[in-house]
Design a protein around this ligand. Structure first.
Ligand SMILES: [Cu+2]
Length: 149
């Protein structure tokens, strides 16, 4: 009997907690706080610029520091570049990792990109150690560039 009582409370925990979590924030993961006034922006190219591939994109960040993915130091994050993304990914989940959502988890602050000729949009989002946008999200404006041959 001595071992059954603790087991019962474990069961209570196991079944009680998910119900509680569901009421407060369904499917939400904890967000990392961003300081007031933190901004991420494009150092280059400028909004409206015309470029030829390959071209360099430089990421700017003010009010926070860049840290590799996995590092949980306060007020840090790593860059994510959204290419031709119309619908922003959810703020409470890790940013997708695919051809249009690029992660710079080593702490890179620039990248070289090759895009097909035409108009493209670029946007930066800072992510925390687990690739989740901060609270509030630190996002750049979406810029439009034209790539020529
Ligand atoms: Cu990431």
């Amino acid at each position: 009997m001595r071992t059954i009582a603790p087991f019962r409370s474990l069961l209570l925990l196991a079944f009680g907690l998910p119900a509680f979590a569901q009421e407060t924030a369904p499917a939400a993961l904890p967000r990392t706080a961003a300081p007031d006034g933190a901004i991420v922006y494009f150092l280059s190219p400028a909004n409206g610029a015309t470029v030829t591939s390959p071209f360099t994109i430089r990421f700017g960040l003010r009010g926070m520091g860049v840290a590799p993915a996995g590092v949980t130091n306060a007020n840090t994050g790593h860059h994510h570049l959204l290419i031709d993304v119309d619908t922003l990914p959810p703020d409470n989940l890790p940013i997708p990792n695919d051809a249009t959502h690029r992660h710079f988890g080593l702490g890179q602050t620039e990248t070289e990109l090759t895009l097909p000729p035409g108009q493209h949009t670029l946007q930066l989002v800072l992510g925390d150690a687990l690739h989740i946008p901060h609270q509030p999200p630190v996002r750049s404006e979406k810029i439009t560039i034209t790539v020529t041959q």
